[in-house]
Design a protein around this ligand. Structure first.
Ligand code: FES
Length: 145
């Protein structure tokens, strides 16, 4: 009896009505319809990612202190590469081929995904998704607009 009561409390209302033989058209999704009529899948998918700030003097980012240095910053799913004394580029580390993120190499101008050996330019006009960056002193800011 308690199981039935719990089911009725937690089940989607249209399912309960359908089980009772009452036809009704209504979605069971918990997604919200926003004011501009786009379906929202939850906060993480709808809100733009906030800019992040990195102090490249932090030991974790020591590879970025020299031109040509790079890293796969997996925590933020970014490939970071030092292009010049004043520029660090940031790319989504999702491989355009099949989406893997974790087996990258860099040869000074191209990233290569080791899964199927596809290479992608370090240019922001290439296939990798490039984000806006600014470098002020040792502070790198990455924006995801
Ligand atoms: S997943 Fe990267 S090359 Fe295939």
């Amino acid at each position: 009896m308690n199981e039935r009561r719990n089911f009725l409390k937690t089940a989607c209302k249209p399912i309960v009505l359908a089980a009772l033989g009452i036809p009704i058209l209504e979605a069971c999704s918990t997604d919200e319809l926003s004011s501009n009529n786009t379906i929202r899948n939850g906060p993480s998918n709808t809100e733009p990612k906030k800019p992040i700030t990195i102090n490249i003097k932090n030991g974790l980012f020591s590879d970025l202190q020299e031109v040509g240095g790079w890293m796969n910053y997996t925590t933020e799913e970014l490939l970071l590469v030092r292009i010049s004394g004043s520029e660090i580029r940031a790319f989504d580390n999702k491989c355009p081929h099949q989406g893997n993120r974790d087996r990258w190499t860099y040869d000074g101008s191209q990233f290569t995904c080791q899964y199927h050996n596809n290479s992608f330019s370090n240019s922001c006009s290439g296939s990798l998704t490039c984000y806006e960056t600014s470098l002020e002193g040792d502070v790198l800011t990455i924006s995801f607009d």
